[in-house]
Design a binder for this molecule. Structure first.
Ligand SMILES: Nc1ncnc2c1ncn2[C@@H]1O[C@H](COP(=O)(O)OP(=O)(O)O)[C@@H](O)[C@H]1O
Ligand SMILES: [Mg+2]
Length: 553
């Protein structure tokens, strides 16, 4: 942009200089042409003076002649030479020319003044000769006088013409030197301009090259066989090899074998159509073997004499590709989780229904039978064994109430709402210790109640983690802790069991095991973080961290 402006200025300056030189030359030549004309007119005075004398003599002899006309022309010319004006052209009698007075040279002016007064004298002498007779005694004397003045006019005219010639000669020489000097200046200016233009062009080339080199996109030029003719330096960031490694090599060496056909096909069809453009995605091998996902815009510039190749503008899409892939997996996980949630709800209902059917409903049916027999006895006023039957029934009803309460707690521990997370967890762990024979400990340093939604999330995470410990870990001990750190709440569930490989689980989350995934989802959806650490000898740690939202009271 800046160099373009400079370039414009240089061209303008050069044009002004050349115009000035040409203008000066034209003006100088025109001036000298006018000087030549003046010399010509001045030189004619001599011939005119001689013709005048001859015509006077002819007229004296009574022959046909017109000295008056000669006299007029002589005088007019002498005045014009001194002061400028119109005179008859030398070439033809009809045409007139304008001449400018000779200025700036006192010698010439003096001679012309002298010539002018001599001409006046000549005309006086001519007139008096014309007035006298050939036979008069003064005639010879007057004729002599006329000839002498004529000779004087001739000589002074020659002198003036000589001076003028000298002057014009020296000014012509001056003009030659000035022209040579101006020519030199013009040539120097042309050379200077050429150098400047060359420098600007070189600067622009450097600028362009550095733009191409530093662009994050790769610029590649291929010949028709796919050999790299040019490669921009940015390839080093993408492929880890210097551009020089690619130049001369075939690009196919870097292309993923599975993508080779696509690329070759695209190049082939591009070559069939001049100036066509294609866009393809493929993979390139990075130094070390990793694959980079790239997208190339390819243009066929085979006919462009400055390129003569296929130009590839390639962009590294690996990061975008990876995030797209991650998003795809995440979306699949989400939708399968939703499905799983629906299924789990149904399953849970079925389980509750089955449990109600197998437990309370069966037991209540049995009570009904027992109450029936009790009623019979009461009707028959047979009180034998009635007391023990009532005791038995009471005991069984108490058990039943206990079972129902347990079921209720499992569905939604009332303790969680009533007394908060630590109390609910403590109750849950106590029941595990009782039923699963697993030593559990709870450590807790919460300063107050948490946000109810967060309490439920952390409770469910601990519950699922503990279920996994019972189901999979073959552990003897489990530790649950809840701590507050920098405004966040951290839950940890640790066991001393067999451990597992979390990487293997996260790779295939869709194989029916949704416990871990659901834990993570719940926590992350609430703006928290979740992690699992597990090794074969060290057991498993599940960690969940949530921002500490406090309970709105
Ligand atoms: N505490 C643990 N100790 C050992 N293995 C575990 C533990 N927790 C989870 N696992 C392993 O991770 C798998 C996935 O767990 P999860 O997603 O809860 O599904 P599920 O419990 O239905 O199998 C389990 O099948 C088990 O192999
Ligand atoms: Mg599980």
């Amino acid at each position: 942009m800046r160099s373009g402006k400079t370039f414009g200025w240089i061209i303008a300056l050069f044009l002004v200089l050349i115009t000035a030189i040409v203008g000066f030359n034209a003006r100088a030549i025109a001036r000298e042409r006018a000087s030549a004309l003046v010399i010509n007119v001045a030189a004619r005075q001599r011939a005119l003076a001689e013709r005048y004398i001859k015509d006077v003599l002819l007229k004296v002899d009574g022959l046909q002649a017109d000295p008056e006309e000669d006299a007029t022309q002589l005088l007019e010319t002498a005045i014009a030479l001194l002061h400028g004006g119109e005179v008859q052209a030398v070439q033809g009698a009809d045409a007139t020319i304008t001449i400018h007075p000779v200025q700036g040279d006192w010698k010439i002016t003096a001679k012309l003044q002298q010539e002018r007064s001599l001409i006046s004298k000549l005309l006086e002498a001519g007139n008096s000769l014309l007035a006298s007779d050939r036979g008069s005694p003064a005639f010879d004397q007057q004729l002599m006088q006329l000839r002498i003045i004529g000779a004087q006019v001739s000589s002074i005219t020659s002198d003036a013409v000589g001076e003028m010639t000298k002057r014009i000669e020296s000014s012509l020489w001056r003009l030659v030197w000035v022209s040579v000097a101006l020519g030199l200046v013009g040539a120097l200016a042309a050379i200077g301009m050429a150098l400047l233009v060359k420098r600007i062009a070189a600067q622009q080339a450097i600028q362009f090259r550095s733009l191409v080199h530093n662009a994050s996109d790769l610029i590649t030029v291929l010949d028709k066989d796919g050999r790299v003719q040019y490669q921009s330096a940015s390839v080093e960031q993408v492929l880890g090899v210097p551009a020089s490694d690619l130049v001369g090599a075939n690009l196919t060496e870097w292309i993923h074998p599975d993508d080779l056909a696509t690329v070759t096909q695209a190049v082939d069809s591009l070559l069939q159509h001049q100036n066509s453009v294609a866009r393809i995605e493929y993979r390139l091998r990075r130094e070390g073997g990793a694959w980079r996902h790239v997208e190339s815009a390819m243009s066929n510039l085979m006919l462009d004499p400055t390129v003569k190749g296929i130009v590839l503008n390639t962009r590294d899409m690996t990061e975008r590709h990876a995030s797209e892939e991650k998003l795809r997996v995440l979306q699949a996980e989400r939708s399968s989780l939703l499905e799983q949630t629906v299924q789990a709800t149904e399953l849970e209902r079925k389980r509750v229904a089955a449990e109600l059917h197998d437990g309370p409903v069966q037991h209540l049916t049995a009570f009904d039978v027992k109450l029936e027999s009790l009623r019979d006895r009461v009707a028959r006023a047979d009180s034998r064994g009635a007391e023990s039957l009532v005791d038995q029934l009471q005991g069984q009803i108490r058990n039943e109430v206990g079972d129902l309460r347990k079921m209720m707690i499992e569905l939604r521990p009332p303790m969680l709402d009533e007394r908060g997370l630590p109390a609910a967890l403590s109750e849950h762990l106590a029941s595990i210790e009782r039923d699963a024979h697993l030593a559990c400990s709870l450590e807790c340093d919460l300063s107050g109640r948490l946000d109810p939604a967060h309490e439920v999330i952390l409770y469910r995470v601990a519950q699922e983690a503990m279920t996994n410990v019972i189901k999979h870990a073959r552990a003897t001990r489990a530790w649950v802790s809840i701590h507050e750190i920098d405004g966040r709440v951290e839950l940890r569930v640790r066991d001393d069991g067999v451990g597992f490989d979390p990487a293997a689980i996260s790779v295939s989350p869709m194989n029916g095991h949704f416990g871990l995934l659901a834990m993570r989802e719940r926590v992350e959806m609430a703006g928290g973080t979740w992690h699992v650490t597990s090794g074969q000898a060290d057991g498993t740690i599940i960690g969940a961290e949530l921002p500490k939202g406090t309970r709105a009271s």
